[in-house]
Design a protein around this ligand. Structure first.
Ligand SMILES: [Zn+2]
Length: 74
């Protein structure tokens, strides 16, 4: 039986550690070889999403406050 090299996508998630130049996975926050700090690829996206949620929340709360003021006036 011949061993077939299956494509798992593992290699697509490899990145190079800026501290020791070894291959590490791109979702890691710490290098498994040198324990250096890594910047995961999804971090900026999460930051953006948090910003979006906060902006959305501000809009909703403002609308709610306006609604309460309007109801008080009626
Ligand atoms: Zn490293």
């Amino acid at each position: 039986m011949r061993m077939k090299k299956s494509k798992t996508g593992y290699e697509n998630h490899l990145t190079t550690c800026p501290h020791c130049d070894k291959d590490v996975l791109d979702h890691m926050v710490e290098c498994i070889f040198c324990k250096g700090e890594l910047k995961p690829y999804y971090r900026p996206m999460e930051k953006n999403r948090a910003k979006q949620i906060r902006a959305w929340l501000t809009v909703v709360l403002t609308a709610l406050a306006l609604l309460i003021v309007l109801l008080e006036l009626l």
